[in-house]
Write a protein that binds this ligand. Structure first.
Ligand code: F6R
Length: 612
């Protein structure tokens, strides 16, 4: 996610902005920039692709950029690849406004077309530039900074944390927030703006958190905040007493935990811009309906957790499209002489967009003439560049080696692909389509409910962390979910763990079940709940200790047989794993914590696997 910092005071702004941005580097970024209003009331923008050091060298640590009011930004690309032009801050054509933004403006295409119709020329591919251009458009009508901001906020849809400079008002920064973090810092004769307290903690520990719909005007004399109705309000101030290193993780002890808790927000970014009224619009996908109808074979190719998303995707896509879908490990696909041709669609899934095996499989499929649709988190990554079509997951940077929020957003995007294809092919019923869209909208909130039950999970982690071998069992989507739960547990806690389709137990694995073996029984797939229960009874009869995961509607039934039960809210059948994965991530995390493992950097693992 992008990093934001703003400063107004008596000192030169640029060095303070660069220092703030350096504190945000841990979040990951691909470009950086600052904008400062000069004493001659001109906005100077300095920005570049790449490391912050490149920008800092360019302006000699900020010494070259005169002025005591400015904004700074580290960008994590969403709309448009990382480049100098796409970096923030973005200026309006006439040079009156500079804007930094974190979030996604969902209706930017429509606004951009409107402004182009008014003769405005755009320089970047970003959604953010429309905010700068629209500000100047309204300012030319009303000549009032605050009023122009209000008009823009009424016109834009989506998520934003905004920092805005106006050349005609060199005594203020205006900030606005909706569905993206933004906080205000109170100093002596100076004021700050930041996406994260880390950026300003060296200058002030007195902060206020902006709420959705609020607008703030920052001056050297203080900060005035207005609510969504435009009425001035008093904000409650908080004193930050964290250590700086803790602040970088937003107060969480590990990036993995932070990223688990960021999932509802990441899902909002991945889902909401792609839903309008009760339909899915994959406007960022080039595939036409005609092309979709032409595919005779569909493959999903990926590694690790991304492959597990594919396993769920196989069940869901086959159900929604009534086409056969093959899910293949990328490292196997490339050497398997796959039957792929011009009528094949290969869906490639990768968080990093740089996994070598996945990249090689993509190239192999492309050579055979297949159409490549990739689902990727890192904008402009190799896989994204070499694909015919890309759907970004917009999860923000993932720092912990074990993926969590990227997995969840990949899954949501793949489910939306299934819905869109099902609609084109006429293979999904109106009722199911409507139910899944409704539940996609509700998913972030339901996931927040799951995250609140984290104390229960901690309790079970403390109870079971000493086991040396664990089996995850489930059927259908629960089997696919078990694959991910098992990988999460083994990679960060080093406990030997396996996932089995419950029906397979009796074909061999059940011989491993003995007194005290831990079995994590997944029973969230309603249609096969009774079968799941039979398997629970089977393993219990052989002495297994069972921890069960089910839905709220099946909890009471599960509790008749199992003492340790976790549950998640009910949702549409195909979305159930999206909720089920959260307790499994948390269980793995708390078990690893109990065992004293290096959670964010497990042994022998790398975040991006660029070797074969
Ligand atoms: C597990 C994990 C890995 C990745 C795999 C693919 O927590 O993170 O299994 O899912 O290495 O990586 P990407 O998605 O970057 O291609």
């Amino acid at each position: 996610m992008c990093g934001i910092v703003g400063f107004i005071g008596q000192e030169q702004a640029a060095p303070i902005l660069l220092d703030g941005l350096a504190r945000l580097e841990y979040r990951g970024y691909d470009s950086a920039g600052v904008a400062v209003v000069s004493p001659r009331h001109e906005i100077q923008v300095k920005k570049s692709k790449g490391r912050l050091q490149v920008l800092s060298d360019m302006i000699h640590g900020g010494a070259d950029v005169e002025g005591c009011i400015g904004i700074g930004h580290t960008r994590w690309a969403t709309h448009g690849a990382p480049s100098d032009l796409n970096s923030h801050p973005h200026m309006s054509e006439g040079g009156k406004f500079a804007v930094i933004h974190n979030g996604i403006i969902e209706n930017y295409v429509e606004i951009k077309e409107f402004l182009i119709g008014q003769g405005v020329t755009f320089r970047s591919e970003t959604d953010t530039e429309v905010v700068a251009q629209l500000l100047e458009f309204y300012y030319n009508e009303c000549h009032d900074f605050f009023e122009s901001v209000g008009r823009v906020l009424r016109r834009i849809e989506g998520a934003y944390a905004l920092g805005i400079l106006c050349a005609d008002c060199p005594d203020r920064i205006i900030a606005a927030r909706k569905d993206a973090p933004l906080l205000l810092g109170y100093g002596e004769g100076c004021s700050f703006l930041a996406s994260d307290v880390t950026a300003i903690i060296r200058h002030t520990r007195s902060v206020a958190y902006m709420e959705d719909g609020e607008v703030a005007v920052l001056t050297t004399a203080g900060i005035q905040v207005y609510n969504a109705l435009g009425d001035p309000i008093e904000k409650e101030r908080h004193h930050i007493d964290w250590e700086v290193s803790a602040a970088e993780k937003g107060g969480y002890p590990h990036f993995m935990l932070k990223e688990i808790f960021e999932q509802p927000q990441a899902l909002r970014r991945a889902i909401m811009p792609r839903l309008r009224a009760d339909r899915v619009y994959l406007e960022d996908m080039k595939l036409t309906a005609e092309k979709i109808r032409s595919f005779t074979r569909i493959f999903i190719v990926a590694c690790g957790s991304s492959y597990h998303v594919g396993v769920i995707g196989k069940y869901n896509l086959e159900h929604l499209t009534r086409r056969s879908v093959e899910v293949v490990l990328a490292s196997e696909f490339r050497y398997a002489d796959p039957i792929v041709d011009e009528n094949s669609l290969v869906i490639v899934i990768s968080q990093s967009g740089e996994t070598l095996d996945t990249m090689a499989a993509l190239r192999e499929a492309k050579k055979c003439g297949a159409y490549i649709l990739s689902i990727v988190n890192v904008v402009g990554s190799s896989i994204a560049r070499e694909s015919d079509d890309v759907l970004y997951t917009w999860a923000g940077p993932e720092i912990a080696v074990a993926t969590t929020k990227a997995y969840s957003t990949q899954l949501a995007v793949l489910d939306m692909v299934g819905l869109a294809f099902g609609e084109v092919l006429g293979t999904v019923s109106e009722d199911e389509y409507a139910e899944v869209v409704r539940e996609l909208r509700a998913l972030p909130e339901k996931m927040e409910t799951v995250l609140k039950s984290c104390e229960d999970i901690q309790k079970y982690a403390a109870q079971y962390f000493n086991h040396n071998s664990v089996f995850f069992i489930g059927r259908n989507l629960d089997y696919a979910l078990g694959l991910e739960g098992s990988l999460k547990l083994k990679e960060i806690s080093y406990i030997h763990s396996e996932a089995y389709a419950s029906g397979e137990l009796k074909h061999g694995t059940i011989s491993l079940i003995e007194n005290g073996t831990l079995v994590i029984a997944l029973g969230t797939y309603g249609a096969l709940f009774d079968k799941a229960m039979s398997n629970v009874v089977e393993v219990k009869a052989r002495g297994a200790e069972v921890l069960a995961l089910t839905t709220e509607s099946h909890r009471a039934e599960m509790e008749k047989t199992v003492a340790s039960v976790l549950s998640v809210p009910d949702t549409a059948r195909m979305l159930q794993p999206s909720l089920g994965v959260v307790p499994l991530q948390l269980f793995a995390y708390y078990v690893a914590l109990q065992r004293g493992c290096d959670i964010d950097k497990p042994r022998n693992l790398a975040k991006s696997v660029t070797v074969e």
